[in-house]
Design a protein around this ligand. Structure first.
Ligand code: Q46
Ligand code: ZN
Ligand code: ZN
Length: 308
């Protein structure tokens, strides 16, 4: 909660008396609009530097969903002077896809950057159709095809890095779930940078230390028009339950989420990756040539089931 009449912490140091509109308890800061926006952008820059994510010479592709995180990310990176284009996948999920596409297209126009659009219905099939045919949860088929087409598109169009809008809440919820299951294989790979490896482009998460709420405030203060409702398939995902639980903890003990995540990266991640066990060998899919752990990759298998 923001104390009534609180003054901006940064303004105060400059002898100014601007009222704070945002209070960040875990950082002990109260900020005015201008200083909140610059705090947010500096924090993203710091994360990029800390994890050596990319440089200003690299061609970056940001995965745009039309939601606040991906649009805020595109906005910040562009303002920070990076060369970033957008990539939107039309998943064919009724009204949700129509509305989110409109937001992505309008935003690209606003910041005057190219937005590439890939239509899943012409590549393979829409998500509702894939869910029906594959008999798998929508999100599992969706995750597989999104990863595949994003990577393939980036490679075919000589992008060097893929940036996604995953925020601290997303990362902490996944970390929490993986820890509950002691899923070592996933924990070993939970890092804000996934290095380029055979057939895979480097992937980064520059918002990994910023909460969903902080991104929402940034988007609001920056006049970013984003889709405000979730994909209908998101309902019931266990990560939402984890997020609710973690939000309660955070309320009682501000800073818990950030600590859980950063201490994992600092203390646990290196231990998990100490022994360099050979990961499952990647081979090329016999049909499309993309990297895969099986002779035929999961997208080509899905395609076979769809009959395309
Ligand atoms: S878009 Fe796809 Fe999400 Fe919708 S079907 Fe699930 S994974 S919830 S980020
Ligand atoms: Zn200020
Ligand atoms: Zn394939």
């Amino acid at each position: 909660m923001l104390k009534k009449q609180a003054k901006c912490t940064i303004c105060k140091t400059k002898g100014l008396k601007n009222k704070a509109i945002v209070y960040l308890p875990q950082h002990r800061l109260a900020l005015c609009k201008e200083h909140y926006i610059s705090w947010f952008e500096k924090r993203v820059q710091k994360t990029i530097d800390e994890f050596k994510m990319f440089s200003k010479n690299e061609k970056i592709l940001v995965a745009v969903s039309g939601g606040k995180d991906s649009l805020a990310l595109w906005n910040v990176l562009t303002k920070l002077g990076y060369k970033v284009d957008g990539f939107y996948i039309n998943l064919g999920i009724g009204e949700y896809s129509q509305d989110s596409k409109e937001k992505a297209v309008n935003f690209a126009r606003k910041i005057n950057r190219p937005l590439h659009i890939l239509d899943l219905s012409t590549e393979i099939a829409t998500i509702p159709k894939l869910k029906e045919i594959s008999n798998r949860p929508a999100c599992s088929a969706c995750g597989t095809v999104k990863r595949y087409y994003m990577n393939k598109f980036a490679k075919d169009n000589s992008y060097e890095v893929i940036a996604t809008g995953h925020n601290l809440d997303d990362e902490v919820a996944v970390l929490f779930g993986n820890t509950l299951r002691w899923d070592i294989d996933y924990l070993k790979r939970q890092y804000p940078v996934l290095k380029e490896e055979e057939g895979f482009i480097k992937k980064v998460k520059p918002l990994c230390k910023i909460t969903e709420k902080e991104t929402a405030i940034y988007s609001f203060l920056s006049d970013i028009d984003y889709i405000e409702y979730e994909c209908p398939f998101a309902e019931g995902a266990s990560s939402i339950e984890y997020k609710e639980f973690l939000a309660k903890l955070e309320e009682k003990h501000p800073g818990t989420k950030l600590q859980f995540y950063t201490n994992f990266l600092k203390r646990m991640y290196p231990i998990l990756n100490e022994e360099k066990k050979e990961d499952k060998k990647l081979i090329k899919c016999k049909i499309c040539g993309e990297p895969s752990t099986n002779e035929i990759c999961s997208v080509c298998r899905l395609k076979q089931r769809v009959g395309v």
